[in-house]
Every structure is written in structure tokens, then in C-alpha cells.
Design a protein around this ligand. Sequence first.
Ligand SMILES: [Zn+2]
Length: 500
Amino acid sequence: MSPRILSLLAPLLALPQALPAQVPAGDAPITAADLRPHIDSLASDAFEGRQPATPGEALTTNYLSRALAARGVEPAGPDGSWLQPVAIVERGVGRHETRWVANGRRIAVADEALVLTSRDPRARIASAPVVFAGHGAVMPDRGIDQLAGADFRGAVALVLYEGPAVDGFPSFQQRIAALAEAGAVAVIGITAPDLPFAQVRRAATQGAVALDGGPLPAAYGVISWDAAMALFEGAGRDLQAMLNEQPGSSFRSVSLPVRAGIDVMTEVRRYTTNNVVGRIRGSAGGGESVLLLGHWDHVGICRPEGAPDRICNGAVDNASGMATLVEAAGRLGAGARPQRDILILATTAEEIGLLGAEHFARNPVVPSGSIVAAVNVDTAAIHPAGMPVAMIGGTAEMRAVAGRVASGLGRHLDADQEADLLAERQDGWALVRNGIPAMMAGGSFSDMRLLVAFLNGAYHGPDDEASDSLELAGAAEDATLLVALARAFADPAAYQPAAR
Ligand SMILES: [Zn+2]
């Protein structure tokens, strides 16, 4: 589970024990004893909290690929490997100097009125032309191309940072990418007059972590509205008037009579980490897949030297999900062959922004569009057996199938939608925003009291470890549900995805 503060706070209540669920003939139910050894290994101190690009990564990916291979799963990464490399870049806060000149006269722009980051450790841009690109939006399906009308090669592009609330309007990040592809060496967003710039600066001091690669200009960032107004004025232009002259989507880029010099230095750290990807071949041979996933990574050594326990072991978050995935793969690999292929994905870098899942969604190892359903497993071991099944995300078609499958196992369905609070904090979100239908289904999200007790307790701390008190009865029941769900989603007669 990726971090975000949840404001709910409620006491942990005792819950009634329920009868064990029934399972269909064929798949033996997954038990707590099946799950336990995986959690004991993955959450042991030897794995050092499974932080990407640490020794714990290799231990973890080796463990998972061996466990999957032993259960009849084949590697499905590039070149027959279990590993799909994911390139990550971390950038600190940039330090910058800028120089703006119009008609041979320097226009003063205070350093504090800008936040700039360089793509590489240093960006030096000398006397570049400056172009105002409106929002810098390109939306071919709507006939919008605000970059038309100017040459961006070698230019500093100024754009309005906030986009209008229009469906499908490109994000600032997407507009930066489009401008970089058009040749811009820097893209600077002008923040709205009502956005306190001190807040923007504060947000930027945290630095940023992202997938590496893709088009980026040498430098990018934001400038305050007031500083941008002054800059335009210094060049003999009126920012507001220019917007009024070309309202809305009709805007065409305008060159400003300004040259810009920009020098930015940023601490940049690049590294590669890995998703683990496997496949169980289906009998249908239609090229369609069902994806079962969970994140293997956790937050690593999380306390300073000298602390009594320095390792955040991540037993619940998410060794429990890995144990579930491995044992579910075992049942699917050993029992009746599923019809559609089953892909097994253990993602990296979930804790720093769902980055492994995002990379996979952009680079699925199968043709895009052939993954008919994905089920994510995260934070599976906090509840006893007998909890209702809560669902997060999923299309109406998926939820209908999941409801039938859960009921068939004797499980009740959660009546409220509280679990949706977590929708954006789990890997399925990265899949959904890239067009892959994804859901979670299980008991660990159906009682907010249990979940909040965990989030306010051991979550992301040294106490999330493989102690004897780990509650695995509910996790086992949910793992059995996952096997049945995978079989149903893999059966074309039981499930067809919504038309896309
Ligand atoms: Zn987490």
C-alpha cells in the first residue's frame, strides 16, 4: 500500500469468527500454513525491507522467480527472463539562475519566482528564443494544436500551468512532453494568479521520483503569475490581453521578443529495478490474459543507525500479497488448465508511486488490449476469516463476475463503498489509468476499523513483521477466492470484458 494519510480513526473491535468457505472441486483451499513460509522469508531481516535497488531486491526477485518456477509458471519478461527492468530517476530540488533580455535590456525576474528542475545534473541554456504557447495543448481528436504558429526548436516555452476542466485535457506533464518533442529546451508553467506561489515552492522542495525515459526538455518548472506578467511587460506584451485576443482552444503560439538564459543544477540519481513477470499458458490459445499482481517492494531500512529495530519488514505490506500470488499461481498451474493465459506480476516501486505497475501498463509483455482483467493483491493479512468481500475498482462486468464467484464460495459481499478511499493508493490504479481493467477483491478492505488500525499502527514501520500474531486466516480465504476469480475471468463463457 502506498502512503497517504487516511483521516479515519476508530477503535479495533473484536469480530465474530465465521465458518470456513466452501471451494469448488478441483482447487484445494489455500491455507494459512501455505502462506506462512513465504511471509517468513520475504519479511525476514535478511531481505532488509525489500527496497528497490538494494541487496533485498535480488533476494526478493530470486525468491519469487524460484517459487513461481517450482509451481509451473514460465518466465514472461523480455528475452525469456523473469525480470522486466524498470528505470527510475530521482531528482532533488534544482538550483537555478535565469537571465531574460528584451531589446538589449535585462528584465528582472526574482529567482524565488521560479521553481526549476533539470533533466540531467546540469542544464545550461544560453540566449534561447521564448515562445508563449497558451496551455501548450495538442488534442488531435478535437482539432486543437496550440503549438501551431511557432518554432519550438531550441526555445523556452511558457505555458499556462493549470489546464481547464475538460475531459481528456493533457496534464502539465503531458504538455511538457509534447513541447519537448517539438524541440523545446525548457518548459515553464505560469501558475494561476490565485495559487499562492509559496505553496508551490514548498511542494517542490520534496524533490521527485519518476519513471526515467520519455521526452523531457533540458529544464522544466513553474513561474509565478506576477513574475510572468512582469516578464511579458518587460517585452512590451500584455499576458492577459494576449489570452483575451485568442481565447480558449483557438490559441496559436506566439514568439516573444525575449531571449532567455537558464542555468539549472539538480541532484539526479538514476537506477534500475525489476518487475517479476510469469505466465501460465491457457488452453484457449486466443492470446488473451488475466493478470494477477501485487507489489514485492517495501520501504527498506527505515530507522536511523542505533535504533533498536531499523528494518521495515513489510510482512503485511506486501509479503502477504506475494504469498497469496505465489500460492494462487500454484493452484492455477497445477489444477485444471485455465482457458485464457494467466500472467503473474510482482511489481517494484509501488511504495514510491506505483512506478513498476505504471511501467508494466505502458509496456505490457503481451499486446496492449489483450489483458481482459487484472486483480491486485495488497495488504492481505490483517483480518480473520469470514469477512465480507469488498471490491475496489473493476468494471461493472468484473464486479458482477466477482460477486458471483464470492457468493459461490459462501462469502458475503461488503455493502458499502468505503474501500474506494484506497483506490488511488494501489497498483491497480496505474493499470486503470492506462486502460487495463483492474480491481481488488477481499476481506482486508471490508472493515475500515481493521484497516485503519493497521494504517495507524504497524503500517510502514518496523512492527509490520512476521510475528506469530500475524492474522492469516482471512488472507488464506482471500487467496482461495483469488484462484476462483482468476478461473472465472479466464473463462470466456463466464466473463467478457466491456467493449473498449
Ligand atoms: Zn506500503
